[in-house]
Unconditional design. Structure first.
Length: 326
């Protein structure tokens, strides 16, 4: 009921009478009054005016299932939400839920995670109350070989949502980093459980530095946050809602062709290294080439100094800028 009351108050644009809430939800005025009291205890500024009703003046920066679901306008993404104050990692929790039969579109969110990781096992620095740690559980009916493309789908969605919510010039560093002004803002990690010819489930985790005010000396030259870029705090739930909306939209485009044909232009427009020299770092060789863009299946096309072009696969190499991170 709390979710429905939040949603009605948000969507009204003004006051909602207690009678309207009672009739819509089929509950007593006492039940409504109790929920309003709970909201106030959680930090919501709810104004009550006699003969007019209730309206939300301001919301706290909290991540609860009720707060998130009251902001969603999706068909399947985030229809089931699991929130943690603290957990090991949202990807781990989503995988457990996947094994237990949780439905397609289940969203896992944590206020803090202790064992977050990025691509190739790198650690993701996590602190409570200031960042976004979220994972979508998917059950796509596609061959397992196509699942890695979902990382790039998520990158498109996250970049669009961040741009819409903050106005920042958000770019993508192939294949899974979101960057602003040459520094990493967010990372994406896709993992899956498969059989030989079908997918049990896929989990796509997104970690975003939102209201971090300072980074450690080790990473301050290559990491940034929305707070550092905009000078103001950002409500995390609003951003998550926008990411989920954009992901549902881009996922539908992906399923139309089961590749990135309909998203390639969107991705390439945001590709930070496009038409720039990059270093290709492999296990047995390192060389410089010019990044041209991605293929319809998500590989990075590069042109070597001798003019030959080749496709780079995300699982095999890393790509860096010639003079730094990008």
């Amino acid at each position: 009921m709390k979710t429905e009351i939040l949603k009605m108050l948000r969507e009204s644009g003004g006051y909602v009478s207690g009678q309207q809430l009672c009739e819509k939800l089929g509950v007593s005025r006492t039940a409504v009054w109790k929920v309003i009291g709970q909201l106030k205890e959680e930090g919501y500024h709810v104004e009550a005016v006699r003969n007019r009703g209730y309206r939300i003046v301001d919301s706290p920066d909290i991540l609860t299932a009720e707060e998130l679901k009251s902001l969603f306008h999706t068909k399947w993404a985030g229809q089931q939400v699991v929130c943690y104050k603290e957990t090991d990692s949202t990807n781990i929790r989503a995988k457990v839920l996947g094994e237990d039969g949780a439905p397609h579109g289940t969203l896992v969110v944590a206020d803090m995670q202790k064992s977050g990781k990025g691509r190739r096992g790198r650690a993701w620095e996590s602190k409570p109350g200031i960042s976004i740690y979220m994972t979508l559980l998917l059950r796509p009916d596609i061959p397992p070989v196509k699942a890695p493309m979902l990382t790039l789908v998520a990158a498109c969605a996250a970049a669009e949502a961040l741009k819409k919510c903050t106005g920042l010039d958000v770019q993508i560093k192939w294949p899974n980093d979101i960057v602003v002004h040459g520094k990493k803002l967010a990372g994406i990690l896709t993992e899956m459980s498969t059989e030989i010819d079908y997918i049990n489930y896929v989990v796509t985790g997104i970690g975003i530095n939102v209201n971090t005010e300072q980074f450690s000396k080790e990473i301050e030259n290559k990491a940034t946050s929305l707070f550092l870029e905009t000078g103001s705090t950002v409500k995390r739930a609003l951003l998550i809602a926008e990411i989920v909306r954009a992901y549902e939209e881009y996922y539908a485009k992906f399923l139309e062709t089961e590749d990135l044909s309909l998203l390639k232009e969107v991705y390439n427009e945001r590709l930070v290294n496009r038409d720039r020299e990059v270093r290709i770092l492999g296990n047995d060789k390192t060389y410089t080439a010019r990044a041209l863009g991605i293929t319809a299946t998500g590989e990075l096309i590069v042109r070597r100094q001798d003019g030959t072009e080749e496709k780079i696969y995300a699982g095999e190499v890393s790509v860096r800028g010639v003079y730094g991170y990008v």
